[in-house]
Design a protein around this ligand. Structure first.
Ligand code: ATP
Ligand code: TYD
Length: 239
């Protein structure tokens, strides 16, 4: 499948149309952003690692009954995906308090959240991805109540699966963000699941194994992503 024209380019990925009207090529670039795009850097091999990491997690979730947009790997940094009508919403689950939650509510960093906390954010960089609730979603027509309920259920269902998945690699899944879209009347998990959109802490040392290494200038960002991939049993191909 060849790339035809570029249809969007975000902060870390680009999407291209293909000869198939319902399918897109998702290219994972090396570009890395934080703080709503205020900090940007290209990190060697990030596109390769994240593309293959995402494929592995999406395929794993599909085996557990979470349907996704992922079709197949095309190259080290490109995947074929279904073209979805995306909701402008980010679904976040937190198993431990950290990041923006601690700042917003004055919560102690690392506090275990049981049951896990679910939050919706509006996908809007200019507004700094603000926290929203079901009422905003329905009133402003970003999704129906039923769709919002399904996004929450699927995100929490994925949490049960992923907490165990990472735990077996001696990692704590602290928090993560998912995005969803519609394909032929069905809601599918879209975008990506990589260390760019989640927080992973080593179970023994609580070392940060995710994009906080980039946000906080901790170094060895891609080496750490690769270590996570290895612990999960992935064999990542670099160019
Ligand atoms: P953020 O980093 O906040 O997610 P971004 O838009 O800069 O924002 P990228 O990952 O660079 O993020 O861009 C990918 C874009 O593609 C996102 O806007 C995402 O919602 C969209 N997208 C992901 N999967 C699909 C899909 N299957 N069909 C259509 N659009 C998709
Ligand atoms: P959050 O703590 O709100 O992020 P930050 O502290 O960086 O402001 O985010 C919770 C998790 O969701 C974290 O793993 C990052 C991820 N996330 C994204 O990747 N993109 C987003 O736009 C949002 C809102 C969250």
């Amino acid at each position: 499948m060849d790339k035809l024209s570029q249809i969007t380019t975000g902060k870390a990925k680009s999407l291209f149309s293909t000869a198939h009207p319902d399918q897109l090529i998702m290219e994972f670039r090396d570009d890395t952003s934080a703080f709503d795009g205020k900090k940007m850097e290209a990190l060697d091999n990030k596109g390769n690692v994240n593309n293959q990491f995402n494929a592995f997690v999406m395929e794993f979730l599909a085996t557990k009954g979470i349907e996704t947009h992922f079709i197949e790997l095309l190259s080290s940094n490109e995947s074929l995906v279904k073209k979805l009508d995306m909701f402008p919403i980010e679904c976040v689950v937190r198993n431990r308090a950290t990041g923006s939650l601690c700042k917003r509510l004055g919560i102690e960093d690392g506090l275990i959240l049981d049951p896990p906390l679910f939050e919706f954010f509006l996908k809007d960089d200019a507004l700094g991805d603000p926290l929203i609730n079901d009422h905003h979603i329905v009133s402003f027509g970003w999704a129906s109540q039923e769709e919002a309920d399904t996004m929450r259920e699927l995100t929490l269902q994925a949490n049960d699966i992923l907490v165990n998945f990472f735990s077996e690699a001696n990692l704590i899944l602290v928090d993560y963000k998912l995005e969803f879209g519609m394909f032929q009347g069905k809601m599918l998990l879209a975008d990506e699941f990589t260390p760019d959109g989640c927080r992973l802490w080593d179970k023994d040392t609580l070392a940060k194994m995710d994009k906080d290494r980039f946000r906080q200038d901790l170094g060895n960002v891609i080496e750490t992503y690769s270590e996570v991939a290895e612990r999960l049993g992935m064999q990542i191909k670099l160019d």
